[in-house]
Design a protein around this ligand. Structure first.
Ligand SMILES: NC(=O)c1ccc[n+]([C@@H]2O[C@H](COP(=O)([O-])OP(=O)(O)OC[C@H]3O[C@@H](n4cnc5c(N)ncnc54)[C@H](OP(=O)(O)O)[C@@H]3O)[C@@H](O)[C@H]2O)c1
Length: 267
């Protein structure tokens, strides 16, 4: 049974902006009831209103800061009590500006908390119920950066590499009715490159053709949800890049990119 054939509830983290909002919109358009989570409650409430009005689905806003263990545990509890949960999207995430040293170790810790710890815990909370109901989808929003061995963002790249390995390995232990996806987008137009943590110059220096829209990224993710693919890369150019990176050749390209974006430590 495909994810569109019998709908239920989907829980999306990082649903106050960008890719998360787009998952909420597209899943609501299929008739999914939603639990949307992020820190900015006002945005979640506005999204809930919009989707309830446009699609007649029930949308519950669940504010949470995934760097806080108590908030993550509340969300875990929420997931365990949600008898119709079909889809969990671990999407919340962020980048941090500067070099590894200048970023400050707490930023790296928060990134691991949000990208890795929260995803592992929420997935764990979701799977028992999904297995009991013989149906479930876990989408971990990773990144093409998870394949990048060099060129800046060691903490970010490693946290996304974790999600890729975690998802692939997890799928191998699951019955066929559970599908796990690690979505690996490249540059996508969202708020990611201009947040409190991250002020990148990518929007100015990178050509338009490298960018994708959140709408296309999410549409591609959902189109592959019932396939056997775990690692899902939206956009032909990024699939070629991912292939090169996974064979090792792309490391050279990425080293050049690191120089281009000025991510070297200085003495
Ligand atoms: N945009 C890209 O180029 C790109 C490329 C590859 C992968 N990705 C990945 O895509 C995912 C979504 O990012 P995006 O591009 O949509 O960026 P975005 O527009 O900045 O959205 C990020 C979302 O994550 C939430 N978030 C951040 N920190 C959080 C925390 N401590 N607790 C709870 N929620 C938190 C934000 O909500 P609040 O601020 O309201 O908490 C927001 O809803 C991320 O995992 C990112 O790594 C993005």
């Amino acid at each position: 049974m495909g994810f569109q054939e019998k709908v239920g509830t989907a829980l999306i983290t990082g649903a106050s902006a960008g890719i998360g909002v787009e998952y909420a919109r597209q899943l609501a358009s299929y008739g999914y009831d939603l639990i949307v989570s992020a820190r900015r409650a006002d945005r979640l409430e506005a999204l809930a209103e919009e989707l309830a009005e446009n699609h007649g689905v029930s949308v519950d806003a669940h504010p949470a800061d995934l760097t806080k263990r108590s908030d993550v545990e509340e969300l875990e509890e929420r997931i365990r009590n949600e008898s119709e949960l079909v889809i969990l999207v671990n999407n919340a995430g962020f980048g941090v500006s500067g070099t590894y040293i200048s970023r400050g170790v707490e930023n790296h810790q928060r990134m691991i908390d949000v990208h890795v710890t929260a995803s592992v815990r929420l997935t764990h909370a979701a799977l028992s119920g999904m297995i009991e109901r013989s149906r479930g989808y876990i989408i971990n929003v990773s990144s093409i950066a998870g394949f990048i061995p060099v060129g800046g963002g060691p903490g970010y790249a490693a946290s996304k590499a974790y999600l890729n390995v975690f998802s692939t390995n997890l799928q191998s232990t699951m019955p066929r009715f559970i599908r796990v996806q690690a979505l690996c987008p490249g540059y996508t137009y969202t708020e990611f490159h201009s947040t409190d943590n991250y002020h990148g110059n990518e929007r100015e220096v990178l050509p338009r053709w490298v960018w994708m829209t959140a709408e296309d990224v999410v549409r591609y993710s959902l189109s592959k949800l019932d396939s056997n693919k775990v690692i899902v890369v939206p956009g032909f150019k990024y699939r070629v890049l991912a292939f090169l990176l996974r064979t090792g050749i792309g490391g050279v390209l990425m080293a050049l990119r690191g120089r281009f974006l000025g991510v070297k430590e200085r003495a």
